[in-house]
Write a protein that binds this ligand. Structure first.
Ligand SMILES: [Ca+2]
Length: 458
């Protein structure tokens, strides 16, 4: 087990200010110097909205491949069985909520063992299912590795270390997901930091025989980053077949540009894109059923929800379709949100359930409250959002949302129907970067180097 990192740094390490910025390394580019020293002038997003994007009815793809279902997953591809010849003209069908057995009143305490023998990683930050009973593990430095649970050997699915900016602690390759029709089209999506100018990039790559071609890259969206921290970000497909990406408020500390409450920028939002017909000239379409915000907000049409500070980790509950987000706090409170379309999650008027700006008497009007919060007492510093467990090995854990803290290593379980409050299910002492599940829905915890597989301690 690794010792916890110093909490003063952590996932939510404050951006250097103009006066405290460390000397740029000799390899630093002009853009990094500018970003560290320039006044925090709002930087326009790199890509204008696609005003000509044809509104389209989202193609309903059924249960996405990467998200395990509650029952054993058939091997047939969803695209083969669910993609209709003609797009339906009705509004999208609401997420189907299958009957679930009741959730146990007490979740099990967890223990962790190395998931892939003595395999270690360069900051494993994301993990998900891959065909052939494998999982992919994302390294922050820019590689994606294929692993078989319990086996030490690995192969390289994607290597974009040459494209990735990893200057700040929170920069790098941050998340990867598979297309719902991956088994037929080979598409994977990667979200990473890039230099010149400093920005976040969501790009698609095509996989052939378990290797992604870097040359196949198709940039979906780019967002200029004014500071090196608060880049979000998780990319996942929802049960509606749409692509969701969480973006942070742009960074520094205290959201100096006010991006959190401004959905005319993609910073501080979760965006929802239709990438099913992506081409180089039109890499995404804005779904016609994206939320309609008040005209006065001037919201970008891609925005699904806003008011987020740094949604580092998010996931869909494969049973209910709910989007669970861990939004990292400033200096006092960490929060868990269930994010619905059109919601304003409060930052920076609110940090968790407390006023942030102003520090008292703030307006809570229109802000969606978190479903859980915890404070920076007891060594906590930064939430690593997790997953709703729907696996089979730990029946008493089914239906609980699992999340942890980067500094304290504490892991909680929260009843996904919110019938009771969070329960501590492990004190790992590890620096928790992220969580993930394999194709059976079994739980993994990602630390600084190792990846652990969870099991019930009793
Ligand atoms: Ca909030």
């Amino acid at each position: 087990m690794l010792a916890a990192a110093a909490c003063g740094g952590g996932v939510d390490e404050p951006a250097p200010t103009a006066t405290s910025a460390p000397a740029a390394p000799s390899t630093a580019t002009a853009i990094s110097t500018a970003a560290a020293t320039a006044a925090p002038t709002p930087v326009p997003t790199a890509q204008a909205p696609l005003a000509t994007a044809t509104p389209r009815v989202p193609v309903l793809l059924g249960t996405p491949v990467p998200q395990p279902t509650a029952t054993p997953t058939p091997t047939a591809t969803p695209a083969a069985t669910a993609a209709p010849t003609a797009a339906p003209t009705a509004t999208p069908v609401a997420t189907v909520v299958p009957a679930e057995p009741s959730i146990a009143s007490t979740p099990p305490q967890l223990k962790f063992s190395l998931a892939f023998g003595e395999s270690f990683f360069d900051n494993p930050v994301d993990l998900g299912p891959y065909p052939g009973d494998r999982v992919y593990v994302v390294e922050q430095g820019g590689r994606v590795l294929l692993q078989r649970p319990g086996v030490e050997g690995q192969s390289v699915l994607l290597d974009i270390r040459d494209l990735v900016l990893r200057q700040g602690f929170e920069e790098g390759l941050l998340s990867v997901t598979l297309d719902p029709a991956f088994t037929s089209n080979g598409y994977i999506y990667a979200y990473y930091s890039a230099p010149g100018p400093r920005r976040s990039v969501l790009a698609r790559f095509t996989v052939t025989s378990d290797v992604a071609s870097v040359a196949s890259r198709l940039v979906i969206v780019e967002v200029a980053q004014p500071y090196q921290n608060h880049n979000g970000g998780t990319v996942r497909f929802g049960p509606d077949g749409m692509l969701y990406l969480g973006l942070g408020d742009g960074g520094s500390g205290g959201d100096p540009d006010g991006n959190g409450q401004d959905p005319s920028t993609l910073l501080g939002t979760i965006i929802r894109l239709d990438v099913s017909g992506a081409t180089a000239s039109q890499p995404y379409a804005t779904p016609s059923d994206n939320p309609q915000f008040a005209d006065s907000l001037g919201a970008r049409p891609e925005v699904w929800a806003y008011g987020l500070r740094n949604p580092w980790r998010m996931s869909f509950d494969p049973a209910t379709g709910s989007l669970w987000v861990g939004d990292v706090g400033q200096g006092s409170v960490e929060e868990i949100d269930i994010v619905d379309g059109g919601g304003n999650y409060g930052w920076k008027r609110l940090e968790g359930d407390r006023c942030f700006s102003p520090s008292s008497g703030c307006s809570t009007a229109g802000a969606v409250a978190p479903v859980a919060t915890y404070t920076h007492a007891a060594g906590n510093c930064s939430v690593a959002g997790g997953v709703v467990y729907r696996g089979s090995e730990m029946p008493a854990l089914r239906g609980y949302y699992i999340y942890g803290d980067f500094c304290s290593g504490t892991i909680w379980a929260l009843h996904s129907d919110l019938a009771s409050g969070p329960i501590v299910i492990a004190e790992t002492g590890d620096s928790i970067l992220s969580f993930g599940v394999d194709g059976d829905g079994e739980l993994y915890m990602l630390g600084f180097g190792p990846v652990f597989r969870a099991s019930a301690a009793d």
